[in-house]
Design a protein around this ligand. Structure first.
Ligand code: ITT
Length: 203
């Protein structure tokens, strides 16, 4: 089945495609379906933003649609950057600038207080308009330096629980098994499996 992921972020889309691999779903993005569609993220929670992305794209296309909003929550910074993750520092800042700023803000924070988590919230809308919300969390801590070359965003400063390397050092195969995105989209896949067989049973 074709399913639209309402994102312009190609790193995110590639991760979702890898998580969906072998499940007979073709994941399309806004870049392929309606490249001009810009969605303003003005919600106050990840769920509100995920829902807005999904609803806006669904209204345009009528397709099975996924909206995803995600970010990094750092305990020592009272949950920042949180829903501001993509806009932290400045709207047009680079990933390196954002990572440097966080490391600077945390320069005096000791190891045991460097706890953080990535959160991913997904809103799925099916052609009849029914909608469901899914969430995935990956606990970890903030490194002291920028490390690794894989992934995107805050991957070079995030060490997932149970590991000593950052997501950007661990690489995509490990990340796609344990990440917030992997956890949320695995729930989506499980739901789709049940939902599609019940819809097929009705026809
Ligand atoms: P769309 O809104 O078009 O989907 P976006 O990049 O603006 O793309 P978000 O609003 O969900 O996406 O912002 C998520 C930001 O959080 C993202 O830009 C990264 O800075 C950070 N982030 C989310 N997931 C991440 C991950 O797996 N690894 C590193 N950083 C991540």
């Amino acid at each position: 089945m074709k399913i639209l992921l309402a994102t312009h972020n190609q790193f995110k889309a590639n991760e979702v495609r890898q998580i969906f691999q072998g499940n007979n779903h073709e994941v399309l993005t806004l870049n392929e379906v309606c490249p001009e569609l810009k969605i303003t993220e003005d919600g106050s929670t990840f769920a509100e933003n995920a829902r807005k992305k999904a609803r806006t794209a669904f209204t345009r296309t009528g397709m099975w649609t996924l909206g995803e909003d995600s970010g990094l929550e750092i305990d020592a910074l009272n949950g920042l950057p949180g829903i501001m993750s993509a806009r932290f520092v400045r709207e047009d800042a680079t990933d390196i600038e954002r990572n440097r700023r966080i490391l600077l803000m945390m320069i005096a924070v000791p190891e045991e207080k460097r706890t953080a988590r990535f959160r991913c919230v997904v809103c799925l809308i099916e052609p009849g308009g029914k909608e469901e919300i899914f969430e995935g969390v990956c606990e970890g801590r903030i490194a002291h330096t920028i490390r690794g070359i894989h992934g995107f965003g805050y991957d070079p400063i995030f060490i997932p629980e149970g590991y000593t390397q950052t997501f950007a050092e661990l690489g995509q195969a490990v990340k796609n098994r344990i990440s917030h995105r992997a956890r949320a989209f695995q729930k989506v896949l499980n739901y789709l499996q049940t939902r599609l067989s019940s819809v097929a049973g009705l026809t």
